[in-house]
Design a protein around this ligand. Structure first.
Ligand code: HEC
Length: 389
């Protein structure tokens, strides 16, 4: 009987559904509940978390498994309405699972908690993995590609967020390319687990600033528009700001200004790139980035030298650690911008009071630079001061 019903619904919807077999369901359940899997955000009961993570139990988004596959493979970020409730957060693409595992998990979700959806096959997931565009969806772009079934009479799965909708708690890295204050138009805004946020400027190949208080950039999505006006906004001041010839420290007071309408910084005139290689005068050239477990690794070149920079939350959670790889081997000088609101340390060499770090060719091959927020609430003993060998 079951088989006939599934066969019938496959005919109606026009997709190759198969009845979920018991092993697939059991495997899917185990995978769903595995460490760091769907359960971490959507919870064991599928109820999600109020305001940030939408429910899977009874979700009105699950009607179309192709759409669910797209969400799991590419991720989704931005304001979303599920069962009439508003959620604002980001789901990173689930990169650690092969086609069969994803198929089993979605099959489980489609049948758990009273859900009555379809079984999904590894073949469906494999095809989508090849065919889908390589970008994180927003609820809007996703619904354009996979619209709600008209017959179900649902109006909308998105909403325009209020000004104060802000991502406050980050458990996985969130990467946005958007227009950021005080940066060139080619900026990245990244939220790290532990609630550290930074702006990395691809136009200039450098970390521009890092902040932690007040949450990530605001939910108000006007800054996604393509003309660079207006820029994203955030609360609170950066604890780290990069050295720049054009920007005096006071200018950063404006970074948090909520009424700013356009970027004010012309990056073409920045002449003080923080990494110096003797005998090389060429300006840095951005080569792209790749994601390593969701964290962007930025790749750029100075002359013939390639630099890779990967930024994560520091071990003690007080700031960020920037891992640098320089090749081929060459000595470098790194200029940090000393600031009363931040403390610095390096895994190699010694940082002088003016923020200069000189590294031998061997040291420069791979080193970590940690920048932490100096927080009056934290005892001095736990703060990283100066440098350690
Ligand atoms: C790191 C947290 C996280 C993990 C892990 C995660 N999700 Fe999500 N998921 C979210 C968030 C947040 C959204 C809403 C995204 C937005 O606001 O645009 C979402 C949205 C969804 C949606 C669409 C909305 C809904 O509630 O129906 C589906 C379907 C979904 N996730 C399925 C899964 C499945 C299946 C897995 C495991 C393979 C998974 N998610 C893993 C956080 C997560």
């Amino acid at each position: 009987m079951k088989i006939i019903i599934y066969f019938f619904s496959a005919l109606i919807v026009g997709m190759a559904y198969s009845a979920p077999d018991v092993t697939a369901l059991a495997k899917g359940k185990d995978l769903y509940n595995g460490a760091g899997s769907c359960i971490a955000c959507h919870m064991a009961n599928g109820e999600g978390q109020p305001g940030s993570v939408p429910p899977l139990a009874g979700s009105d988004w699950l009607e179309n498994s192709e759409r669910t596959i797209a969400i799991v493979l590419r991720g989704m970020a931005g304001p979303v309405k599920v069962n009439g409730d508003r959620y604002y957060s980001a789901m990173p693409p689930q990169l650690l699972f092969d086609d069969e595992k994803i198929a089993d998990m979605i099959t489980y979700v489609n049948h758990a908690w009273g859900n009555k959806g379809a079984a999904v096959t590894a073949d469906q997931v494999g095809k989508a993995r090849k065919a889908l565009p390589q970008a994180v969806y927003t609820p809007e772009t996703l619904l354009k590609a996979f619209p709600f079934d008209k017959k179900l009479g649902r109006k909308n799965g998105t909403y325009t967020p209020d000004f104060d909708d802000t991502l406050m708690v980050t458990t996985e890295p969130v990467v946005y390319r958007t227009f950021m204050p005080g940066a060139s138009p080619a900026a990245f805004a990244v939220a790290l687990p532990g609630n550290h946020y930074y702006c990395w400027d691809a136009g200039e190949c450098r970390l521009r600033y890092a902040w932690t208080k007040g949450g990530f950039i605001r939910g108000n999505q006007v800054h996604w528009s393509s003309n660079g006006k207006p820029v994203a906004k955030f609360n609170g001041l950066p604890y780290y700001r990069a050295r720049s010839s054009k920007l005096s420290p006071e200018d950063y007071g404006h970074l948090a200004e909520t009424a700013r309408q356009k970027p004010f910084y012309d990056t073409t005139e920045a002449v003080d790139f923080p990494i110096k290689i003797e005998g090389v005068d060429a300006p840095p050239k951005y080569k792209g980035y790749r994601l390593i477990q969701g964290y962007p690794e930025f790749i750029y070149k100075i002359g013939d030298y390639e630099i890779r920079e990967l930024i994560r939350t520091s071990k003690d959670n007080l700031g960020i650690t920037r891992k640098f790889l320089v090749s081929p081997k060459v000595p470098i000088t790194f200029k940090l911008t000393p600031d009363e609101s931040s403390g610095y340390s390096s895994s190699a060499g010694k940082i002088s009071n003016d923020g200069t770090l000189k590294l031998t060719a061997k040291q420069a091959m791979e080193f970590d630079l940690t920048i932490i927020e100096k927080n009056p609430d934290i005892s001095a003993a736990t703060q990283i001061q100066g440098s350690k060998k």
